[in-house]
Write a protein that binds this ligand. Structure first.
Ligand code: F3S
Ligand code: F3S
Ligand code: ZN
Length: 106
């Protein structure tokens, strides 16, 4: 397991929107859920619901969403408020499976 693909924006396509953020596919529920978010990106297929991202984020970007029957975990940290991110990077650094990648708009 090597973490979220840092190049997913070129190797994957946006297949849907979820709570105002992009979802990069393929998405084949319940087993394949793709990557949620373009500023704060969370690979739902790698997220194991550790929860440190919700604990450390100073601006409450993340919210739990239920993902019944996903093999890695049955809830995921959804970047519901990704546009509030202040780029502290704590989530990206601390997520155990390295499921988060931050993109600071230039
Ligand atoms: Fe999931 Fe990593 Fe957060 S495992 S809950 S994205 S710390
Ligand atoms: Fe929060 Fe991660 Fe941004 S901890 S402020 S979403 S870099
Ligand atoms: Zn989402």
């Amino acid at each position: 397991m090597s973490g979220i693909d840092p190049n997913f924006k070129t190797t994957k396509s946006i297949v849907e929107k979820h709570s105002d953020h992009d979802v990069y596919g393929p998405v084949e529920p319940p087993k394949k859920l793709g990557i949620h978010g373009s500023i704060v990106a969370v690979d739902f297929d790698l997220c194991i619901a550790d929860g440190v991202c919700l604990d450390v984020c100073p601006v409450s970007v993340f919210e739990w969403v239920e993902t019944p029957d996903h093999p890695a975990s049955t809830k995921k940290a959804d970047p519901t408020r990704e546009s509030d991110c202040i780029f502290c990077m704590a989530c990206e650094v601390q997520c155990p499976p390295v499921a988060i990648k931050i993109f600071q708009p230039s």
